[in-house]
Design a protein around this ligand. Structure first.
Ligand code: SF4
Length: 407
């Protein structure tokens, strides 16, 4: 049995046989996971310096040299690495006084911080399957982002207390700016928001729960929603990036909504984390420093602040190590352009815009297929996995350890 690292559901029931450089007899992989597994055979990276192929040892030594000479190094990525590699990365950041940050810094971090701290109640996906009768997909579209979410946990499966499942016992609600594939499934319970209208919608729900008339156009539909929420026995909200980006510094309102719902019934939230081990990095760094991201070890002690966010540090650093991430594609244009002018060390199993622009490229084994390790699923459950094929490529952890030794 293999584990898919294609998203943060970390499906552990994958059957796949690898023959002659291809996949055969694949079972339980969704289309996204299939693409993830299949990609192990294409667009692989090779060790290189300034675009010239070199041997692995030379690339590792060049990376160590860059980091040793840097005064303001940035270590970025981490959400697609195992816990073991993340721990090695944090040790490296401490050793060289670097800034360390991950993708949560500009996506689910605002929410994840509250989930880990316990200010927003959460549960496991197994609880969702066993107990949930109402699932709210808020600014998220699992049918595309986490294709097995609905079938394994939130809508279709039969659970301990939900034997009649979606036919009779589960309701799904979508709150989104567009009628996504998931919203189409929710039919009558799709609530269309204006872009940036999430806070207003939350206030309207709180009003209805308080027995007041909501300040929205369709008052009847909102009152119906309030009645449904009050009748819910075990509800779960799955916030996606659509909600997080819209709420930003108003996340306290979501906390208030969750608190109000829990005065009436049971409601939990699980952020729809994209990368397979973002939560693992957040938990690990918090354990070590008290912060989930945006940490600088310059001067020895861990300091936290917006200046340590990748969005700032990409501009102020004088060298960057990027692991399992493609910031030149995903960061805002100005930030990506500033980063592209710095010496980049890219550790990645596959080619990307960032590896193509990097000064040093170090190829790594693909987690789940070629490398084993541990990761934390979106709901906080730790998953251990073993490789299913042999590879000569080193794991992220081995590469980071060798760089540290060379420094
Ligand atoms: S849902 Fe996610 S983890 Fe599961 S098979 Fe699909 S991509 Fe992989």
């Amino acid at each position: 049995m293999a584990t898919c690292t294609g998203c943060s559901l970390l499906c552990e029931d994958i059957e796949a046989i690898v023959t002659d450089g291809g996949l055969s007899h694949v079972k339980n992989l969704c289309r996204k996971g299939h693409g993830h597994f299949q990609a192990v055979f294409t667009e692989r990276t090779e060790p290189s310096i300034d675009g010239q192929k070199v041997d692995l040892e030379k690339a590792i030594l060049a990376a160590a040299e860059i980091l040793k000479n840097a005064k303001r190094p940035l270590l970025y990525g981490w959400s697609n690495s195992t816990l073991e590699a993340q721990a090695a990365g944090i040790r490296l950041a401490e050793k060289i006084g670097a800034t360390i940050d991950d993708t949560s810094s500009f996506c689910q971090g605002l929410l994840m911080e509250r989930i880990i701290a316990g200010t927003i109640p959460t549960c496991t996906l197994d609880d969702v399957r066993n107990f949930a009768d109402t699932s709210i997909f808020w600014g998220s579209d699992p049918s595309n982002s986490h294709p097995r979410h609905l079938s394994r946990f939130s809508y279709y499966p039969r659970g301990d207390k939900r034997q009649k499942s979606y036919e009779e016992e589960r309701t799904c609600i979508a709150v989104d700016v567009r009628k996504s594939a998931t919203a189409q499934l929710c039919s009558n319970y799709y609530f269309r928001l204006a872009p940036g209208g999430d806070a207003e919608f939350m206030e309207a729900i709180i009003s209805v729960l308080d027995g007041k008339i909501p300040k929205v156009a369709d008052k009847k539909k909102m009152i119906e929603l309030g009645t449904l929420l009050k009748k819910t026995e075990y509800g779960v909200i799955f916030p996606g990036l659509g909600m997080v980006y819209s709420m930003q510094d108003r996340m306290d309102l979501f906390e208030r909504l969750m608190a109000r719902l829990n005065e009436i019934t049971t409601f939990r939230a699980i952020p729809m984390v994209g990368h397979y081990n973002m939560r693992g990095f957040n938990e690990l760094l918090r354990e070590k420093t008290g912060f989930i991201n945006r940490v600088s070890f310059k001067g020895g002690a861990a300091a936290h602040g917006p200046e340590n966010s990748v969005l700032s540090a990409a501009k102020s650093c004088d060298a960057a190590l990027v692991i399992g991430s493609d910031p030149l594609s995903s960061l805002p244009f100005g930030t990506a352009r500033a980063l592209s002018k710095k010496p980049i060390i890219a550790i990645d199993p596959r080619r990307s815009l960032t590896t193509d622009a990097a000064k040093v490229v170090i190829p790594s084994a693909l987690s789940g297929m070629e490398a084993g390790g541990t990761a934390v699923r979106m709901d906080g459950v730790k998953i251990r996995f073993e490789p299913i094929i042999e590879s000569k490529r080193p794991t992220d952890e081995e590469i980071l350890t060798r760089i540290m030794e060379a420094i």
